[in-house]
Design a protein around this ligand. Structure first.
Ligand code: CA
Length: 219
């Protein structure tokens, strides 16, 4: 899952990156409104954390432009305590949730998790496929009642496929949503990764659709 963090205060932005990465997300940062608008318009994200007070282009304008352009990723807006009018305007402009600064990281991460799973049409934080249970609130997997150890990358792969269960996910889409931006995986890295995950969870859960991608099907 890939999250765009838009925040002009370096300290908060770095903090957000560290905590979101530790929670199993790939993070892209933007420090002003123009950069944010461009990234959100041209790249794919599973959620966006958007501060409203931004240099160059304010957050509310960025939000409206994305929605006008048909960008429909879930957006969590960050606002100052006093500005309730901003929050109302933000929600009316297409924000899905908001948090008032200062906030607890744990709460922000829980809200991002909920936004992502709701936008994928999942109500519960525990995703299931056959004997596999993936608890996204704790980044843990269980097969037939036995906990299995996953690396952060293996977890991101499984989480993305399970959020999009029933749909064939292309290799390009998978790479974009599970690898950090400074990593250029070589051509068979994804296959090797899928093979490793299959050995841990059982060979049949992740299907390969030749020329199309991977699928966790709905029984
Ligand atoms: Ca700000």
């Amino acid at each position: 899952m890939r999250i765009l963090v838009v925040e002009d205060e370096d300290r908060i932005r770095r903090d957000l990156r560290t905590h979101l990465q530790a929670a199993g997300y790939v993070v892209q940062e933007a420090g002003d409104g123009e950069e944010a608008w461009f990234l959100g318009d041209t790249e794919e994200f599973d959620a966006v954390v958007l501060d409203l007070g931004l240099p160059k282009l304010d957050g509310l304008t960025v939000l409206k432009r994305w929605r006008d352009a048909g960008r429909n990723f879930p957006i969590l807006v960050l606002t100052a305590r006093s500005s309730w009018t901003d929050r109302v305007e933000g929600i009316d402009a297409g924000a899905d949730d908001y948090l008032v600064k200062p906030f607890r990281m744990e709460e922000l991460i829980a809200r991002c998790r909920a936004l992502i799973r709701r936008s994928a049409g999942r109500a519960s934080p525990v995703l299931q496929a056959g004997p596999l249970l993936l608890d996204t609130s704790r980044a843990r997997a269980v097969v037939d009642g036995e906990p299995i150890a996953l690396s952060p990358l293996e977890y991101r792969l499984l989480s993305y496929l399970l959020h999009h269960r029933g749909r064939v996910v292309s290799r390009v889409e998978l790479v974009e949503h599970i690898y950090h931006d400074d990593v250029e995986p070589d051509s068979n890295a994804l296959e090797v990764l899928v093979g490793r995950v299959r050995r841990k969870i059982g060979a049949n859960l992740i299907e390969t659709r030749r020329g199309h991608g991977y699928l966790v099907s709905v029984e």
